[in-house]
Design a protein. Structure first.
Length: 131
């Protein structure tokens, strides 16, 4: 009995976390060393072209603070919503045999609600960019 308690107390001791701490220190040290070497050895030519913001190869024109169409944000929010919906299929896919018919009916209802929402979005014209 005493050996079981002694063994259980050693499971969460600080010594068990030493390899993780050493790996973390090694990773941070390596990052610092690489940054110091690259900043000391690398070229330091500051020209007007290099100091200018890079805009994916497109020439800069106008103000960057101009308003965007609300359609862009609506499509982005809808993408996140339907992307997160797919994440909820994972627990069902892992446990579909244990969940049985009740789980299947819950997933069918879940998909039906999202399809109803998607049909509503299409009918409202939320994804039409020509307006």
């Amino acid at each position: 009995m005493y050996s079981i308690l002694l063994q259980a107390s050693n499971v969460n001791s600080a010594v068990n976390y030493l390899p993780i701490a050493l790996q973390l220190l090694f990773a941070i040290g390596l990052i610092v060393i690489i940054m110091l070497i690259s900043s000391s050895i690398g070229p330091k030519r500051k020209t007007a072209d290099k100091l200018q913001n890079f805009e994916s190869g497109i020439e800069i024109r106008g103000n960057a603070r101009q308003p965007l169409a609300i359609k862009y944000f609506l499509v982005a929010i809808l993408f996140v919503l339907f992307d997160v919906e797919v994440i909820f299929f994972y627990p069902y896919a892992v446990n579909f045999r244990e969940l049985g018919w009740h789980g299947f009916l819950a997933v069918v209802m879940f998909v039906a609600l999202f399809l109803a929402g998607f049909i509503y979005i299409i009918k409202k014209g939320a994804l039409n960019w020509e307006d």
